[in-house]
Design a binder for this molecule. Structure first.
Ligand code: IPM
Ligand code: MG
Length: 361
């Protein structure tokens, strides 16, 4: 198969981690006889520096014309003082919105090899952590009107949180479809004791649930969900939630698995073209030092193989290679623990690529 991939390296550690994901994709292409053609595109701070805008039209065109998009991370202190509408992060939101990628899937899976790195008590970790956050990605407070104004000597700001029923219905279906392939349990997270958007959310999710009689549905307030994630993470299968709650809870979810560095994500809309990115940020503090963990990006690439290209075996092969290297005791700094071997970002990528063998599917 021949597939075109738009590559947005972005800022901070973005270029380093994307390089390793491409190394792994190239190994897959070699091993399975595929051709991956990469089209590099600028977005975020790198685009602001090169073209004066965070998301040049050319980048949008490249993404739209590709079979999928691989993204590193955007943002950094250099661009922090820019107004919201011009910040690097705006590029990410715009791509998600322009490509209609409303469903963001963020798995939280504990690699047993990293159990030591989890901040949770061993007794909780031993029960296993294996759930997925289904985050609505193109609505809610991220996309409502943002305003800041001055009246006399008082300054004020407002961000509008808005959801339509249709937006809730389609993301709810993604969550229920996902649950059907897993343990058939959806926990819908909202703040229905305070927010109108959450009350509409809850009512709509209950309606959609009727289409999935086999799936058990429960509701949880977001504050309680944040607590339950560290109290009893084994209770979750699929967490369905809106954009901002999903942003916050998915960081917490990743951390309890040991490190945010190993978690990838997929963002999909109606078609098969999606965007794949690790859930961590651009980590400016370690950028350019070859210290970052490329596994989140590599596992994002594995999700791309599965969801956008229908390459299930190839995807499983990448996951197996990651496991092999972790079994071998190799760790990047973020997941380092006593007795393990510290490797750099490029060493980790090289080792994973070398562990890719068709026979080890
Ligand atoms: C994420 C990030 C982004 C988000 C930022 C960089 C805009 O935190 O993908 O989780 O909030 O969606
Ligand atoms: Mg986030």
């Amino acid at each position: 198969m021949k597939k075109t991939i738009a590559v947005i390296k972005g800022d901070g550690i973005g270029p380093e981690i994307v390089k390793e994901a491409i190394r792994v994709l190239d190994r897959i292409a070699e091993e399975f006889g595929h051709t991956f053609v990469y089209h590099e595109a600028l977005a975020g701070g790198a685009a602001i520096d090169a073209c004066g805008e965070c998301l040049p039209q050319r980048t949008v065109d490249i993404c739209m014309a590709s079979d999928s998009v691989l993204l590193g991370a955007v943002g950094g202190p250099k661009w922090d003082d820019l107004p919201g509408s011009q910040r690097p992060e705006k590029a990410l939101l715009e791509i998600r919105s322009k490509m209609g990628l409303y469903a963001n899937l963020r798995p939280a899976i504990l690699f047993q090899q990293l159990a030591d790195a989890s901040p949770l008590k061993p007794a909780l970790v031993q029960k296993g952590i294996d759930f997925i956050v289904v985050r609505e990605l193109t609505g809610g407070i991220y996309f409502g009107e943002h305003q800041t104004w001055q009246k006399g000597d008082e300054c004020a700001a407002s961000d509008l949180m808005l959801y339509t029923k249709r937006e809730i219905e389609r993301i709810a279906r993604v969550a229920f479809d996902t649950a059907m392939k897993r343990k058939k349990h959806v926990t819908s997270v909202d703040k229905a004791n305070v927010l109108d958007t959450s009350r509409l959310w809850r009512k709509t999710v209950e309606e959609i649930a009727k289409e999935y009689p086999e799936v058990a549905l429960d509701h949880m307030y977001v504050d309680n969900a944040a607590m339950q994630l560290c109290k009893n993470p084994a209770q979750f299968d699929v967490i369905l939630t809106e954009n901002m709650f999903g942003d916050i809870l998915s960081d917490e979810a990743s951390m309890i698995t040991g490190t945010i560095g190993t978690i990838g994500s997929s963002s999909l809309g109606e078609g098969t073209c999606g965007m794949y990115e690790p859930i961590h940020g651009s980590a400016p503090d370690i950028a350019g030092q070859n210290k970052a963990n490329p596994i989140g990006t590599i596992l994002s690439a594995a999700m791309m193989l599965k969801y956008s290209f229908g390459m299930e075996k190839e995807s499983a092969c990448v996951e197996a290679a990651v496991n092999t290297v972790l079994d071998g005791g190799y760790r990047t700094l973020d997941m380092m623990s006593e007795g393990k071997m510290l490797v750099s970002c490029s060493e980790m990528g090289t080792k994973i690529a070398a562990a890719i063998h068709k026979t080890k599917e």
